[in-house]
Design a protein around this ligand. Structure first.
Ligand SMILES: [Mn+2]
Length: 450
């Protein structure tokens, strides 16, 4: 599936529309440059800065852009390449081709940036950060540069997706779903975590998705209780759980899916009970997702379900209300329930101006605190972990220990953790689940046992 490279026109119109009709000034964005490893000539693969990509469709290094607010004119500045560039990096795109591909109102070379800005005589230049502000002020000391508001304005645009963006996320999800299914089918005890990474990456890349959206987590056994484990280097043993939290981008749009399953294809009693606890939380939250609902309420609802599951399995004791009040949930579910998803994996817009984090264990890490609206895209990723670094001190703290079954918990210090994560588009009356990878216990066991 190919997309016309014109989503950025809609995005620019959306951004223009947020300024007053007679507003003076210009918006300036500098695109990404190639990054090198420390002081060497090792090049990291180029990936455009998300705001720039969003507003231009340009995923090439060394571009700049200017939007003139009054005339609604979009200027794109392409790098002026030396002939030697072609020898080392490939063909230099002719101007006509750049114009055709990106359709700016005015195309210039980057060395004309100062001339064009001087001609526009902007009363103010809105830009994203201090670094870009300094770059502009170095061009002309008299420029009046403002860095306070543009990030919020673009973020406001980016957190409600257009239909084109949703279609890109659907394509991304489809390939990612296949890669997750392939990983689930491939695992065997004795494989290394990097073997699983290789299987997953292969299925993405052979489908044309070349850019990972974040550092993938491939965690066997107790490593699955390390929230951002990325070593991916250990052997996965018989009886271990394996947790995969990994995703690739399609045309800049990320997928972020997690699954956890037994390496040998059959859940033990403990594994099934604890897995089902996380899964029930996920399924119940997905049923509840709809416009108007708040992520912090979903987080707390998931926490209650997790506590109920742990209580049913004899790991915690007391009333759910007391367990909630004492923040016992955060010992087992210490991260946020989910986040926005888009051009960035942890996409922008989770905290509008004036909204603060909730100072409470676990939920303080929630990355979204706002009412859900149609067109937003979120992940929901409840987890249940046995993290000795959290549980050991809790067992020594009388305030917490009275709610914990020490004998049972100590036996689970090497259990690891479970996280199950789906990606959802908020719709008018609920949500569309982009993730289609087996997650019910019977479905996982069926797939894994061939
Ligand atoms: Mn996530």
């Amino acid at each position: 599936m190919r997309f016309e490279n014109m989503s950025s026109k809609l995005h620019r119109d959306k951004l223009f529309s947020l300024f007053e009709e007679d507003q003076e000034g210009v918006i300036y964005l500098r695109g990404g440059e190639i990054m090198y490893r420390y002081g060497t000539d090792y090049e990291f693969p180029f990936r455009q800065e998300s705001n720039f990509w969003y507003l231009t469709d340009v995923n090439e290094p060394d571009y700049h852009m200017v939007m003139d607010l009054k005339s609604k004119t979009y200027h794109l500045f392409a790098p002026k390449r030396e002939a030697a560039y072609a020898v080392w990096h490939g063909r230099i795109k002719p101007n006509g081709e750049i114009k055709e591909e990106y359709q700016p109102d005015k195309l210039h070379y980057d060395n004309d940036l100062l001339t064009v800005l001087n001609d526009l005589k902007p009363s103010v230049i809105y830009c994203l950060n201090e670094e870009q502000a300094e770059f502009l002020e170095d061009l002309n000391r008299n420029f009046n540069v403002e860095t306070e508001s543009l990030t919020d304005t673009i973020t406001y645009c980016r957190c409600i997706k257009t239909d084109d963006e949703l279609d890109k996320l659907r394509v991304s999800a489809k390939v990612n779903n296949e890669a997750h299914l392939a990983a689930m089918k491939a695992i065997k005890p004795g494989m290394y975590e990097y073997d699983m990474k290789a299987v997953f990456d292969f299925h993405q890349q052979k489908n044309g998705l070349l850019q990972d959206a974040y550092s993938g987590i491939h965690a066997g056994g107790k490593n699955s209780a390390i929230l951002h484990y990325t070593e991916n280097s250990k052997e996965i043993k018989d009886g271990d759980l394996y947790l995969i939290d990994s995703g690739y981008e399609y045309e800049g749009y990320a997928s972020d899916v997690s699954r956890t399953y037994p390496a040998n294809g059959k859940f033990t009693g403990d594994q099934a009970a604890i897995y089902q606890t996380a899964l029930t939380a996920l399924n119940k939250v997905i049923e509840a997702v709809k416009p108007g609902i708040k992520m912090e309420d979903l987080h707390l609802a998931a926490a209650r379900i997790i506590l109920q599951g742990l209580k049913d399995h004899g790991l915690v004791k007391g009333s759910i209300d007391d367990l909630m009040e004492k923040n016992i949930f955060a010992l087992f579910f210490p991260h946020g329930l989910g986040h926005f998803l888009g051009m960035d994996t942890h996409d922008v817009g989770g905290y509008p101006k004036g909204v603060e984090r909730i100072e409470r264990p676990g939920i303080q890490f929630l990355r979204v605190r706002r009412e859900l609206q149609p067109g937003m895209v979120i992940t929901i990723e409840p987890g249940v972990y046995f993290i000795p670094a959290l549980l050991k001190p809790a067992l020594e703290d009388p305030e917490k220990a009275e709610f914990l079954n020490a004998d049972k918990l100590e036996k689970l210090f090497n259990f690891g953790g479970i996280r199950i994560e789906d990606n959802l588009i908020i719709t008018e009356d609920g949500c569309e689940n982009l993730t289609d990878v087996p997650k019910e216990i019977k479905d996982i066991e069926k797939v894994m046992q061939g």
